[in-house]
Design a protein around this ligand. Structure first.
Ligand code: GDP
Length: 179
């Protein structure tokens, strides 16, 4: 069964987005205490695919050994995983991606899993600021013209249909290849 994973730093809004996408309340816990989700969670959607919730990275109060543990977990998950179609990277629309975000995206590029970025908390910037914020993200992550960046607000429930369309396309094209 194909998998689509979601990655991003702690507090980026991943749990909120996954709850919205899966249309379930508190499927993924929204974090009262950031950096808590340390395991990889899988959610089966319609028998068609699985959403993979990768643990958030970059929480300042996490020790070095915990960071190393995170890296090992990611590596053992990512390596040799033909069912994984894509890792969607989440970044906060308001901020330039951090060094860790950039590293993460390079990592995904290395594995050929890059190409879709979600700019979270889109409600926090005005329509005027939006394009500028998006171009900062594009530039910092080094996105190409084919890469997609989708602003989403889990709070206002905007932009996620576009994301769902992308997921659908991914799943359809993987099904075509498999046939
Ligand atoms: P996670 O740590 O990446 O899973 O992030 P959460 O989903 O727990 O969200 C972190 C914080 O950001 C919480 O206080 C959420 O209420 C808030 N948040 C998440 N998504 C949005 C959004 O779309 N808009 C706004 N304004 N806040 C959001």
């Amino acid at each position: 069964i194909p998998e689509i994973a979601f990655a991003g730093r702690s507090n980026v809004g991943k749990s909120s987005l996954l709850n919205l996408l899966t249309n379930r309340r508190n499927l993924a816990r929204t974090s009262g205490s950031p950096g808590k989700t340390r395991t990889i969670n899988f959610y089966r959607i319609n028998d068609q695919f699985r959403i993979v919730d990768l643990p958030g990275y970059g929480y300042a109060k996490i020790s070095k050994s915990q960071t190393e543990g995170w890296g090992q977990m990611m590596e053992s998950y990512l390596e040799g995983r033909p069912t994984l179609l894509k890792v969607i990277q989440l970044v906060d629309i308001r901020h330039a991606p951090s060094a860790q975000d950039v590293q993460m995206y390079e990592y995904l590029r290395h594995f050929g899993l890059d190409g879709i970025v979600v700019a979270t908390k889109a409600d926090k910037v005005s329509a005027n600021e939006k394009q500028k914020c998006l171009s900062v993200i594009k530039k910092t992550l080094g996105l190409s013209a084919e890469d997609k960046i989708i602003p989403v607000s889990a709070l206002k429930k905007t932009g996620y249909e576009t994301l769902l369309d992308e997921l659908e396309q991914l799943i359809e094209s993987s099904a075509t290849v498999a046939r």
